[in-house]
Design a protein around this ligand. Structure first.
Ligand SMILES: [Ca+2]
Length: 136
C-alpha cells in the first residue's frame, strides 16, 4: 500500500515538473514592416534603425532611451523600400507598443514616427484539474 502511494506521488511530481518546464516556454513573435526613409529626409539611405518597445505608449513618446530595444542589425534599404524585422521572445497575451527611428551616417536621429500597438497571442492554457473526485 505504501509503495502505491509513493508511485502516485512520484507521478504527480513528474507531471508538475513537466508542466513547469513547458508552461513557461511559450513566447510570441511579431513581424514588423515599415517603409524605409532616407538619410536626408526621404532621400538616400539611412544608416541604422533604433527599434524600441514598451507596454506603455507614453514611455515611447517621453522616455525613448529607457524603452527596451535599441539599434537593430538590419541594414537599411534605400528610401521607399519595405523593411521587415521579426522580434521573438515577446511575452504572450500582452499589449506591446513599438516604434522605430532611422539614424543617418552622421548620427542624426529621426523623430519618432507612428507607434504601433499590438496584443500578442494568448498561448497560456488553464491549469490541469488535479483533484477530480467523487462527492460521497
Ligand atoms: Ca543626413
Amino acid at each position: 500500500m505504501k509503495k502505491a502511494i509513493w508511485i502516485v506521488v512520484a507521478l504527480i511530481a513528474v507531471v508538475l515538473l513537466l508542466l513547469y518546464f513547458t508552461g513557461d516556454a511559450q513566447t510570441a513573435s511579431v513581424n514588423l514592416i515599415w517603409t524605409a526613409v532616407g538619410d536626408d529626409g526621404n532621400i538616400g539611405t539611412a544608416a541604422h534603425y533604433d527599434l524600441r518597445r514598451s507596454t506603455d505608449s507614453l514611455q515611447l513618446l517621453n522616455s525613448w532611451n529607457s524603452c527596451e530595444g535599441g539599434i537593430i542589425t538590419l541594414i537599411p534599404s534605400i528610401s521607399g523600400t519595405t523593411e521587415n524585422w521579426t522580434i521573438n521572445n515577446l511575452p504572450t497575451n500582452t499589449k506591446i507598443f513599438f516604434s522605430v527611428k532611422a539614424i543617418d551616417e552622421a548620427g542624426n536621429i529621426g523623430d519618432i514616427g507612428n507607434i504601433l500597438g499590438i496584443t500578442t497571442p494568448d498561448f497560456d492554457k488553464p491549469a490541469p484539474i488535479l483533484d477530480l473526485r467523487p462527492q460521497l
